[in-house]
Design a protein around this ligand. Structure first.
Ligand code: CO
Length: 212
């Protein structure tokens, strides 16, 4: 049987290092999680949520999929948002895209990628909604712009979920943010300033679109 013994070894070394730094760390975490942030990001191995913002386990609730898409009827993503907002009462939802996203690139080429093309339709929709804005750009610029536009679109989708709308209606302190991460330099950039209520969505989106 093939084993991944090296990963178990790395795990033990990591757990020991954490305990050395904070002996009660795992005992404390085992009682409850109380993260303030929900992270919706890309599955890309180069964009690990906690590491980028330098936060330890327990601080970030995470949902990742290819190209950080929030589909209106995706029960998986909606359940994560619901749990984060209603049970954990997170204060911030961060949609984080990244430059050089393979999902975004694949959505822009005309090749057949098989099954995933169905998922990438959502990105193609974003490209279609913004066709004029993207029309005169070169390949690289177009990919970068679509990475940004996709974040803005997904922030819109998060804000339009019944979950977030209901939370705002009951007066919850909840903001939705749009960020993008640079794989080349490890730096995060804000694209959509925190939206804290339905009325704030449109002005924030217009300002974000001005920056693309
Ligand atoms: Co990606």
């Amino acid at each position: 049987m093939k084993t991944l013994e090296h990963l178990f070894e790395r795990n033990r070394a990591w757990a020991n290092a954490v305990k050395k730094h904070e002996p009660e760390f795992f005992t404390r975490l085992s009682k409850q999680q109380a993260p303030e942030y929900l992270w919706i990001g890309c599955s890309d191995s180069r964009v690990p949520a906690n590491e980028i913002v330098n936060l330890p386990p327990g601080e970030v609730f995470v949902h990742r999929n290819i190209a950080n898409v929030v589909v209106h009827t995706d029960l998986n993503c909606l359940s994560v948002i619901h749990f984060a907002v209603e049970m954990l009462r997170v204060k911030h939802i961060i949609v984080c895209g990244h430059y050089g996203c393979g999902g975004i690139r694949a959505a822009l080429d005309e090749q057949d990628h098989g099954l995933i093309d169905n998922w990438l339709r959502h990105i193609k929709d974003v490209s279609r909604f913004n066709a004029e804005r993207l029309a005169d750009l070169g390949d690289q610029q177009k990919t970068d712009a679509l990475c940004e536009l996709n974040v803005i679109e997904q922030v819109t989708n998060v804000c339009n979920t019944t979950i977030v709308k209901h939370a705002w209606r009951r007066g919850a302190e909840l903001s939705v943010h749009g960020w993008i991460y640079g794989i080349k330099d490890g730096i995060l950039k804000g694209l959509v300033e925190g939206v804290s209520g339905s009325g704030e969505l449109e002005p924030r989106l217009l300002r974000a679109l001005d920056g693309v």
